[in-house]
Design a protein around this ligand. Structure first.
Ligand SMILES: [Zn+2]
Length: 396
C-alpha cells in the first residue's frame, strides 16, 4: 500500500509518518530506509528522520550492511527487541498462565499459577502483584512492560469494559475487569479478549496459520469455544460473542451444562469432558500425566482420547458446514494430544460429511501447544505496539 499526500497540521503529519514507518519496520524487519521509502511512498528524507528519532529513543537498532550493489550498501533497521517486554496472561477456570516476551514476541519465560479463588477481585490482586514483580525483574529493559494482554474464558464487552458472560467463571459476569486492573496498575495498558479470538490471533501471528485465508481456531481447554478468522479479519458478530459453539447442542437431553442448557458440545469434547471420561480430576491427575499416559499407550487413556475425538468430530462437522474453513487449528491443552486425537476426529468427520466437502481441509494441533492462547494475548499487545512506541517517541 502506498501512503502519499498526508494532509493536516505538521504535528499530525509527523505522527502519521512515524506510525507508517514504525509499522513498516515491524512488518518487514529488518529493512533498509530505502525499502521503507519504496514500500510506503514516503520520501527518503522523511523516512530517515523518523528512523533517526526511533534510534535516538532506543526503540530500533541498526544492523550490519547488506546487499552487494555498488556504492554504499544499505544499513538494515530492526526493532530493538530488548527495549521492552510484552506480557500475555491466559485465565482459565483453575489456573492462569503468564507469558513474558520481548518486543519481537520471543518468549523469555512463562509460569502458571493456580486460580485459588473464583472471585475476579482476587485475580486482580494476584496479577497486580505478579506484574509489579515482573516490572522489577525486567527494569533493565528501557521501556519496561509496554502492554498486558489478558485473555478470559468468556466474553468481554469492549464498549462497557465489563465481562459480559463466562459460563465456567460465572462469578466474573458483569465484573469491570479493565477498570479494576487499571486502578491497581496505573500506567499500564491492558487489552482484554476472549480465549478463541486471542487464540486465533496468536496462531496467525506466531503459529503456522500465517498464510491461511480462512482459519477456525478451537480453544480447547476446560471449556470449548471457536474463533473464526477470514482473510485476516476476526468474525466477532453483532455483540462480540460469535463463536460460543462450545454451547451448541449435540445431545438433545444430554449432560447439564454450566450455561444452563443440556447436551452442549463442551460437555463431551473439552478437557473437562476428558476428566469426566477418566473419572478423575486435574488435582489427582495433572494434564501432563494424561499426555504421558497416552504416549505410553495406556489403554484407558487411549480409549478416552478416542471417545473425546469422536465428540470433537461431531462438533467440528457443524463448524465445517457453517464456515467452510481452509484450516482448523486445535489449540489449548487438547493440542497436546496430537495425532491420536486428530485420527479420531477425522474418523467421525468422514462419517458425518461427504468427502467432497473435506477435500482441501487441514486439521492440525497448534504447535504453540498449551501456550497458544497466551501467545494470542501477547499478539494483542504487539498489535498496539506502533501506537505505544510512537507515542513514547513523541514525548520530549
Ligand atoms: Zn453450555
Amino acid at each position: 500500500m502506498q501512503f502519499k499526500g498526508q494532509i493536516g497540521n505538521l504535528d499530525l503529519v509527523r505522527k502519521i509518518n512515524l506510525e507508517i514507518t514504525f509499522k513498516t519496520i515491524l512488518e518487514h524487519r529488518p529493512v533498509s530506509r530505502a525499502t521503507i521509502a519504496s514500500i510506503t511512498g514516503l520520501n527518503k528524507m522523511t523516512v530517515s528522520s523518523c528512523v533517526d528519532l526511533f534510534l535516538q529513543k532506543g526503540i530500533v537498532i541498526e544492523l550490519g550492511k547488506t546487499g552487494t550493489s555498488r556504492g554504499r550498501p544499505p544499513t538494515l533497521v530492526d526493532i530493538n527487541a530488548s527495549a521492552g517486554i510484552c506480557v500475555g496472561v491466559e485465565v482459565e477456570v483453575n489456573q492462569f498462565t503468564v507469558l513474558i516476551t520481548n518486543l519481537a514476541g520471543t518468549s523469555l519465560e512463562s509460569t502458571s499459577y493456580p486460580l485459588t479463588s473464583k472471585e475476579p477481585q482476587s485475580f486482580v490482586d494476584a496479577i497486580s502483584t505478579i506484574l509489579a514483580d515482573i516490572a522489577r525483574t525486567y527494569q533493565h529493559y528501557r521501556l519496561g512492560i509496554v502492554g498486558v494482554g489478558i485473555v478470559i474464558p468468556g466474553y468481554f464487552n469492549l464498549r462497557t469494559k465489563v465481562v459480559d458472560y463466562s459460563a465456567n467463571l460465572q462469578e466474573w459476569n458483569r465484573f469491570p475487569l479493565q477498570g479494576e486492573l487499571i486502578k491497581r496498575n496505573p500506567g499500564l495498558s491492558f487489552s482484554i479478549n476472549p480465549a478463541p479470538y486471542a487464540g486465533a490471533m496468536g496462531e496467525i501471528h506466531f503459529g503456522r496459520a500465517k498464510q491461511t485465508e480462512s482459519l477456525v481456531y478451537v480453544a480447547s481447554s476446560w471449556g470449548l469455544s471457536v474463533g473464526v478468522c477470514h482473510k485476516g479479519e476476526l468474525f466477532t458478530g453483532a455483540a462480540g460473542i460469535a463463536g460460543r459453539l462450545g454451547h451448541s447442542t449435540i445431545h438433545l437431553n444430554g449432560k447439564k451444562c454450566t450455561c444452563g442448557s443440556k447436551g452442549c458440545w463442551e460437555m463431551y469434547a473439552s478437557v473437562k469432558a476428558l476428566y469426566d471420561l477418566l473419572g478423575t480430576t486435574p488435582e489427582k491427575l495433572p494434564f501432563a500425566d494424561i499426555v504421558a499416559g497416552m504416549n505410553n499407550r495406556d489403554g484407558k487413556i487411549a480409549g478416552a482420547v478416542h471417545e473425546l475425538g469422536h465428540y470433537h468430530g461431531i462438533g467440528l462437522a457443524n463448524v465445517v458446514n457453517a464456515y467452510n474453513p481452509k484450516a482448523i487449528c486445535i489449540g489449548g491443552h487438547l493440542a497436546l494430544l496430537g495425532a491420536p486425537l486428530l485420527n479420531s476426529i477425522w474418523n467421525t468427520l468422514k462419517e458425518c460429511i461427504p468427502d467432497r466437502f473435506l477435500d482441501n481441509l487441514e486439521i492440525y494441533c497448534s504447535e504453540l501447544g498449551e501456550l497458544g492462547v497466551a501467545y494470542g494475548a501477547v499478539s494483542m499487545v504487539i498489535n498496539h505496539l506502533t501506537d505505544t512506541l510512537v507515542s513514547y517517541s513523541l514525548v520530549e
